[in-house]
Design a protein. Structure first.
Length: 476
């Protein structure tokens, strides 16, 4: 029975492979399943102009020093912010040398990181010089800690990316064995994919690399827009077969299209007198800002492990940490936050919103196989939950991992993906068919996802006769 269900689950998908790595799960599982099955590199730090990277006082504090032998002896016993604080007492070159000697320190910390609120307090306690020293000496660590300001994480991750690329490109392939040459080529392709997805430094809107794991199958998150100032933030949570090496460019392109779609709707609504007035800090322009996150923050499954929830729990913890990090950094100016989750990614998203304190403003799920213990009542969603199901998609209605979120009993709002004519713009909207067409350009699915992400659920179509009434007049 399980084998048959798994076969249906993957029937319409493209074959691919991923390799997982050991991950410490912060929250308990909904059911008993087995646990999901890098060296820190120093890079030169260029200047940062964002005030968000300054210390609590905004002033540069002198670096404190500590005995390196004494610190080296105590390091194996240190965890969390104690470790971070100790590293921050060292000059950059000593921190870099220490982490090069003990790469497991970085791996251990990122596998079970301190809470974002703790990281935020630690970072604010550092002076500007200490912040820059840490980012220069430990870019892999600083670039992936939720609670560190996004401008600094972007800078640290870009420097780490360039350093690893340079090292691999300068390695003579003739000095490597066949297996090592293959691994080098695979890793370079992963890194080139991230570089291509980032685009030029002049990209508009700005792109931020807010997480990066260069080992194995890799992980990364690239933001279209500015997470530090955006009024509307949406995370795209991927499902099966989405990997950094094979999919980062396409996933970022999807995030960019969704960003443009949101901006277009905000502009149209504002011109019609139905927009929001969300000027920032007294700015004369009332145009709200948008940020979309092309998030590949966990190892997505392949044919051989898609029947397991192991990677969904890994995704749960990574997504919860990312969202909680945003909540901490934007505590005084919280954006409207939505998760737009596809397939297995919707399972990870529902686990994050049921098993952890993570809370969002809206959740949209497309092609979902469900999640254990999830229901509309158990999800930590302040606003609406939407579900889209395409024709000839075998995954919805399977209830493979838990209750079908598209069922009437679940209680979520229907999001039409069948196509039609937009009653507001008169655009012909394509329908989505099968499991992988929900993010295709010009579809009703993309239109509705954009509206959900800007808190315009009243304009989201559901495929009923009521759609004819979802006009601008209805929101004026």
């Amino acid at each position: 029975m399980v084998f048959g269900a798994a076969a249906v689950l993957v029937a319409s998908l493209t074959v691919g492979t991923v390799a997982g790595s050991p991950v410490a799960l912060e929250y308990p599982r909904s059911e008993p399943v087995s646990a999901a099955a890098s060296d820190a590199m120093s890079a030169p730090l260029t200047s940062v102009t964002s005030p968000s990277v300054a210390g609590a006082s905004g002033a540069s504090a002198p670096l404190r020093t500590v005995s390196l032998p004494a610190l080296r002896e105590r390091l194996p016993l240190m965890r969390g912010t104690e470790l971070l604080s100790s590293l921050a007492t060292l000059p950059a070159h000593e921190t870099a040398a220490l982490l090069a000697e003990s790469p497991s320190l970085v791996e251990r910390t990122l596998a079970n990181p301190p809470a974002a609120r703790q990281v935020d307090r630690w970072w604010a306690s550092l002076g500007t010089a200490e912040q820059r020293s840490m980012a220069s000496a430990a870019p892999q660590l600083i670039g992936n800690l939720d609670g560190v300001p996004y401008a600094m994480r972007d800078l640290a991750n870009r420097n780490h990316l360039r350093a690893v690329v340079n090292e691999l490109e300068l390695t003579d392939p003739a000095s490597l064995g066949a297996t090592e040459r293959h691994a080098r080529g695979e890793q370079l392709q992963l890194l080139y994919s991230v570089l291509d997805a980032l685009g030029p430094a002049t990209a508009n809107p700005v792109r931020q690399l807010v997480s990066l794991d260069v080992e194995g199958q890799g992980k990364a998150a690239i933001v279209i827009g500015d997470l530090a100032t955006a009024d509307y933030v949406s995370y795209l949570v991927p499902g099966m077969f989405i990997s950094v090496r094979e999919s980062m460019v396409a996933w970022v392109d999807t995030a960019a299209r969704l960003h443009d779609e949101q901006v277009s709707w905000l502009t149209l609504l504002d011109e019609a007198g139905a927009g929001d007035s969300l000027a920032k800090d007294g700015a004369t322009s009332g145009a709200p800002e948008v940020a979309t996150v092309a998030w590949i923050g966990y190892q997505t499954p392949h044919l051989l492990n898609v029947g397991s929830l192991d990677l969904a729990y890994e995704g749960r913890d990574a997504l919860a940490s990312a969202v909680q990090g945003l909540d901490v950094l934007r505590a005084g100016d919280r954006p409207f936050l939505s998760l737009l989750a596809h397939s297995y990614g919707s399972t990870a998203a529902m686990l994050a919103l049921t098993d952890t304190p993570t809370t969002v403003d809206a959740l949209a799920m497309i092609g979902s196989p469900g999640a254990p213990g999830a229901s509309l009542e158990t999800l930590n969603v302040r606003g609406d939950v939407f579900v889209g199901e395409a024709a000839w998609d075998p995954i919805p209605n399977s209830s493979f991992f838990g209750p079908d979120p598209g069922s009437t009993a679940f209680g979520a709002r229907v999001m039409s993906v069948a196509g039609g004519v937009d009653v507001i713009t008169n655009r012909v909207l394509e329908g989505s068919t099968g499991h992988n067409a929900y993010f295709s350009p010009g579809t009703e699915s993309m239109r509705n996802l954009a509206l959900i992400a800007i808190d315009r659920g009243e304009l989201v179509t559901d495929g009923t006769t009521t759609d004819a009434l979802r006009t601008l007049d209805a929101v004026l």
